[in-house]
Structures are given as C-alpha cells and as structure tokens.
Design a protein around this ligand. Sequence first.
Ligand code: SIN
Length: 475
Amino acid sequence: MDQIVNKLLLSKLCTEGDNSIAVYNPADDSVIGYIPSLSSSEIYQKIEQSKAAQQKWQGKTASERSAVLQRWYQLVLENADDLARIMTMEQGKPLAEAKGEVMYGASFIQWFAEEAKRTYGETIPTPVASRRLMTIKQPVGVTAAITPWNFPIAMITRKAAPALAAGCSCLVKPANQTPLSAYAIAELAYQAGLPQELLVVINNHSSVVVGDIFCNHEDIKKLSFTGSTEVGRTLIKLTADTVKRTSMELGGNAPFIVFEDADLDAAVAGAVASKFRNAGQTCVCANRFYVHDSIYDQFVDKFITAVSHLKIGNGLDEGVSIGPLIDKKSKTNVLHLIDQARAQGAQLRFGGESLAGCFMQPTILSEVTQDMSIVSQEIFGPIAPVLRFNDVDDLIEKANDTIYGLASYFYTQDLNRAFKVAEALEYGMVGINEGIISTEVAPFGGVKQSGFGREGAKQGIEEYLSTKYLCIGGM
Ligand code: SIN
C-alpha cells in the first residue's frame, strides 16, 4: 500500500462488518478497504461539535484562516502523487488525470486562501445626512457538502476551501464509491493545523440518511451539492422547511458545435478532451456534437482516428487514457444508450463494445438526429453522438432544446459569430475554441435545471457569506 494510505488512512479504515462500507477498485472489482458507516446519532454529534468549532473559527482573522489554508495547499502539493494513486484506485481515472485533478483541487485551496482576505463590505452613500450606511460580510455558519465520485478531491475543495476561508465549517458527505480521497484530503487539512471539527467527513450506507439530516438540521445553514438534477430537486424540496441556503451544481447536456470555418484539428483535439476525460463521466463533458454538413465527414474521420489512439486499461498502468466506468450499473446504462441510438437509426462508427468488468470502448455514433433519446439524456460515459447542421438559427434552437444549461462549446474562427453564438447559448459556461474550460479563477455553474450558485472565482466565497447592513444614526 502507498505511504499516504498507511500514514493517513489506515486509522480511518475498519474491518468488514455491519457498520462498514466496502470501497472497490472499479478496474478489477477488488475491495480496497472498509470505512465506517456513521449512525444518525454520531452524525448529530458531529454537527454539534462542528457548530462549537465554527464559532471559534469565525473569530479568527482572515489572515489566520488564510495561513491554515496555505499550509493545507502546500501539503496537498507535497502528497500529490500519493493522493493521485488513491484516487485512481477507488475511482478508476488514469493516474495522470488523477494527478491533474489533485492539482485542480489544490488550486481551489490556494485561491480561497487568498480570497479569505478580500471579503469586503461596502460603504453606501447615505440618503439621510445624520446617518452612515455600510455592509459587512459574515460567514453563514455550519455548512454541508454532498460531493460526487467523478471528482473525489476537487469537488470537496471547491466547496470546503471557500467555506473555511469565509469562516464557516464544512461537513462533507463524499460518494460512497470514493471516500478514501475525502479522508486523505481532510487528513492533510488537519496536519496543516485545521481543527478536525471544521472539516468533517461523514459516511453512511445510505446517502439518503445523511442527505435528510443535512437538509433538515437547523444548525446547518447552507448545503452545497454536486450531482444529478434528479437528486438536486429532492434536496431543494427537503431544504425548504429550514429555508436553507443552497447551491446546486447539477446535470448537463453540453452541445459541442463545429462550424465550417473551425480549425478542424483543434476541434478534434478539443472534442476528445471534452468527451473522453474521465471516461466521459463529467457534468461538463460534451454530450452531443453538432458539425456543419460541409465538414461533417472530414470531422468524423479525424475524430475516429484520434479516438483510436486512446488506450483503455487500469488507470495505474503506463500510457492509459481511459479507465473503467465507476461501476457495472453505469456501464449497462451507457451500453443501453448505444443500442437505443442504433435502433433509432444512428450508425456505429467506432467502438461500442462492452469489455471486461467496468470497461467499455470509447464510441462514436454518426447520423444522429435531434429526436433520438441519446440527444436529450446526460450520457455520463464515453459515447460521442455526432449530428449534422446547416442553419445557424435552427442549430441554436436545437442546442438550447434541453432542460440543462451547464457547459457548451463551439469552434469557429469568426469573431462576430463567436460573440453572437456565445450570447445565444443558454448555458452557464461557454468554451470557444476550447474543450476544457474549468479553472479555479473562473465561475463554474449552470442555468436552467443544471442548478444555481457559482463555485471558484471571486463568486465562490460569496456562497458562504451573508451580507449584513449597518445603519449608523445620530451623526
Ligand atoms: C463536474 O463534472 O461536476 C466538474 C467538472 C469540472 O470541474 O471540470
């Protein structure tokens, strides 16, 4: 076992039993270890402890909080290789990609360590001569995060770092498939000097149990969720009784558009990166490709050539670029989408085969049309459905014809068109001549049923702050 697993994780692992959750390696279905499932009363106790710790933490200066986050950031960098190995083992993504995620996750800690010092209020010109008006920003209090398995570290730091920087505490419920990365990243925060009650990892056999407690507990003032739109809807309803602040980063159905004047090689490279990162298991993955009729065949040929070079295998092995899907259920769903599309008239141009265990071939489908079910569903797997278009207005209508509005992409060399299309796309994020757009310095988030709230950037910390208005009279 890796050094970090020994040093940081062994104390968190437990033996197989009723109160334990098995963690599997999706590459070979082996059990990596067991983690404890906390009872409801243990979770309530952790919330109480977190509340007490948060009250002290908010009394620290921004510089003091920032210093702890800076130390955490440094420790994540020092342990990046080990963190990446843990991630690959429990999540499946190739090691280089896992390392990329560790660095991406670390970037949120560094960014919010800096933003901690910039939570400015404002002075407001007074309408009454005897008064002075101002606002101050204060932490919302104890917060909770429910994070997904596709980014086991970055989705935690993107929520916990701004929470901690703002003076909040954060209880994290990681996905049951990937809790070891959560424990490891939290352990490094403790080593950096963060009191354990401020960043608490909570697992239970049932995500519903934890979700219910998080949503209904009076002392939890904010819930941040990354996951499916379906679960997001339930959480929004459940948080209504306590009128809790929420931010929701939900599903996507990203269009990837290639105009006739696009740099075709750049578009193909962007398409591969956007579609096949994490085996197609990201909320911002290109979900459907619209390619202008005049370059359609050329694009599809080049796309097939590029995808044929992707190496499938255990993410720990050298040179692998596509790992397994997270579990067999997920693979079954994805394969079903291929069968369904073919039955509806799509042509299988590459891949399409189920491989051993959780592995499957990256797949390209051509002659896909807007009415096919694969176009309206979030695929969450390595399938690229390619559609033809001719007319821009019709294209925009089709690109926007979805309940989702997270990421979108298009390739063109025409600046005029770039602005018009970017403005017309009903999405929270638009990549123009870029297939990977995520960064800690820009606001990540969606519109429509892809959710609300923004993560990263200067907006990210606002989600964890309340604005208080002060009116000073008798001047
Ligand atoms: C996600 O898939 O939810 C996050 C992807 C990213 O941050 O790039």
